[in-house]
Design a protein around this ligand. Sequence first.
Ligand SMILES: [Zn+2]
Length: 265
Amino acid sequence: MKITPSTYIYQCAGSPDVPEVEKSRDQVCATCAIEISSGIPINKIENPTFSQNADFLRFGAHVCQACAWLYWAGKGKPGNFIAAGDKYSHLVISHESVVEDKEPWHSLLHRISTYADDAIICGVLTTDVKPRLWPRTKLATIGNFGLYIHAPDYDISTFINFDLYKCLEISGLMKAPLISGYSKSSIYHGILSDYARSSKDIECAMRMESKLSTCRADPAFLPALLISGVTKEEKKDVRIKSVYREPATATKGGNQSGQTQLRLF
Ligand SMILES: [Zn+2]
């Protein structure tokens, strides 16, 4: 059976019951365009803020149960989420303030990177949970990965295809600059732009920047930056910094094949 992003998310969420279902003369869902014979009339899901999203209802007067369930999820929901491996998860960007039932993106992506290449995924990674973004995302797989990414600070709101493993590898490179106190914006634009900080140990800064610059053009760079972070404990852990102080040790351990790939850029 054909699936759409909404129906896949709904299925991973356990297909909860949805009220207000009626027989529909429309043959497709107004939002995700899946074939329907019954649905929820759109006047039951519209609200005063909905006019901004009128293009989500372009295909007719009824939506499927999956889309209705997502519309009714409530303000700011589902925000950051992923449906993967038949499980629907709400997520947070932060590594530190872990809300109950919300896993950090970083640990979730590590976990699902062990799934089979053809495992279907569908998600939204956003720095602002207010806009309704789920109708804009697409289906992807672990091997052909992608997320809808909304990051107004970096002028990005679009679906991005990127390599999941590369994303995790790049995120690993960002750990040391973050621990050293560089902002995500400096990591995005170039850490030498933070003169006050980089001038304190210019050799270390140049080593970090040289690694970051090899992957800054990669589509996985921005998602890697968004999911990266450090905890207070990690800030105290100076051993990670030493990777950059002693370049000879930088290639030991870790994902050797990944590092080889990085050098190709
Ligand atoms: Zn639908």
